[in-house]
Design a protein around this ligand. Structure first.
Ligand code: ZN
Length: 111
């Protein structure tokens, strides 16, 4: 099964076409738009513009069924055009100075 052009979206990071699928846990998973035998995701259309995916690497996973095709998760092929902001991009502080802002952010999130 091959997605229709109108079912594809553009990846926000690299601009390539991707197919958005829903995993068995209800999470979104982006896969590359063409079936690929190297892929570890079994994908199939369940309704108009709705695709499901399941991991073939999961413990006890069944092999792909007749209505499923293998797809590669897009995260494996995505080449972001602009690098994401990381901590390495922050200014380098002297060895005896502790950066407080990442710790503050972490603490706020855990509440
Ligand atoms: Zn991408």
């Amino acid at each position: 099964m091959i997605p229709l052009p109108r079912e594809l979206r553009q990846c926000r990071d690299c601009g390539e076409s991707v197919l958005i699928t829903v995993t068995r846990l209800g999470r979104y998973l982006l896969v590359d738009p063409r079936p690929d035998e190297r892929g570890n995701q079994a994908c199939y259309r369940v309704g108009p513009r709705v695709w499901h995916s399941r991991s073939l690497d999961a413990a006890g996973a069944m092999p792909p069924a007749a209505w499923e095709h293998r797809y590669v998760p897009h995260v494996a092929t995505c080449k972001p055009k602009k690098p994401k902001a990381t901590q390495e991009a922050l200014p380098i502080l002297p060895a005896n100075v502790t950066r407080l802002d990442p710790k503050r952010r972490r603490r706020r999130r855990s509440r």
